[in-house]
Each structure stands twice: as structure tokens, then as C-alpha cells.
Design a protein around this ligand. Structure first.
Ligand code: SF4
Length: 178
């Protein structure tokens, strides 16, 4: 089974790999995260993932597009609503993943976002299933949240870059603004 795994960052991948161990052969990793800002943060997460994938001997495909402007345009000035913003963000990334999985002839696609307890888990699942029907490639769903903490721990021990906020400039503000 060939799984194209959308990968948001090294620490989430660490948790995800634990959860998929024994069930899925080595996934093909896919970096497409135009929601990560600013540029230096984008670079830190991307470079960390590159090094981690190399260490794990996993193939990594990159759509290496820093997407601040396109991301903001896509939001059409509706920045404040978390519902709208995160829904758009999931769809953007999963749509490209599903399309790429179809083009590469993969059996299924999934995302490391399923390991995070901070994301809207059921919305990710629903979006993945909708896109599976649209692109004709199965969405591989597992609730990987129980593996999140173990993934963080091993990422910390392995010296991976640990991000402090979700990704977009708005989540950075929510994290740091008084
Ligand atoms: S908070 Fe996270 S999931 Fe929501 S829009 Fe920002 S980067 Fe995307």
C-alpha cells in the first residue's frame, strides 16, 4: 500500500509514525504548508522535517511554496473566525495532497494533522473524506492523537525543532499577544 502522507512538521510526524507502525509500510511524505509564517518559521519547520526524513530514510516530496500572500488572499479578509480560517487551511493542504496522491497513483492519502489534539480533528476527517470522493483516492483515517505526547517526547530527545504555535500569523498572535 502506497500512502502519501501530508506532513506538517517533524514532531507530528514522529507521533504519526508511532501510530502507523506495523500497519503501513514507509509512507511517502509530502510537504505542502503555505499556512506557516513568517518565512524563518517556515524554513525552520521544513529544514527540521528534511533532516528527520533523512534520518528515518523516508522519501520526502516537497511543494516548497512559502504561501503568505496566497493564504491571506484565500481568506478573503475573514481572518477572525477560527472556523472559517482553519477549515480553509485544512482544505487547502489536503486538496493538494489528494490531487498529488491521485497523480502519483498512490492508494491513499492522509495527514500528520490527525495526531494533534490542538486541531479540529473531526473537521480534518470530514474534509479528507470529501476530497477522497472528489479525487478518487482513499483517505486513510486513524485517530492518532493518543500518540501525540510520545511523538513530542521522542522529537525533543532527538533534538528536533519544536514550534511554539500552530502556523499562521494569526495563531502566532494568539500565542504571544498579551
Ligand atoms: S490556526 Fe493553524 S490550522 Fe488554523 S488557520 Fe492557522 S495554521 Fe491553519
Amino acid at each position: 500500500m502506497r500512502l502519501l502522507l501530508h506532513t506538517c512538521c517533524g514532531p507530528c510526524l514522529a507521533g504519526c509514525l508511532r501510530g502507523l507502525e506495523g500497519e503501513v509500510p514507509a509512507p511517502l511524505l509530502f510537504w505542502y504548508n503555505p499556512n506557516i509564517h513568517p518565512w524563518t518559521e517556515y524554513r525552520s519547520r521544513r529544514d527540521c522535517l528534511e533532516a528527520f526524513a533523512k534520518e528515518k530514510k523516508l522519501e520526502l516530496l516537497k511543494a516548497d511554496e512559502y504561501g503568505l500572500r496566497g493564504f491571506l488572499r484565500g481568506l478573503e479578509n475573514d481572518y477572525e473566525s477560527g472556523d472559517r480560517r482553519c477549515g480553509y487551511c485544512y482544505r487547502l493542504r489536503l486538496e493538494r495532497t489528494a490531487e498529488t496522491a491521485r497523480d502519483l497513483g498512490c492508494d491513499c492519502f492522509s495527514t500528520t494533522l490527525l495526531t494533534s489534539p490542538y486541531q479540529r480533528h473531526w473537521e480534518i476527517k470530514k474534509t479528507g473524506e470529501e476530497l477522497a470522493a472528489r479525487f478518487g483516492v482513499a483517505f486513510f483515517y486513524r485517530d492518532l492523537r493518543p500518540f501525540f505526547q510520545a511523538g513530542r517526547q521522542s522529537a525533543r530527545q532527538g533534538g528536533l525543532y519544536m514550534q511554539k504555535y500552530c502556523g499562521c500569523v494569526f495563531s502566532e498572535e494568539e500565542r504571544y499577544a498579551p
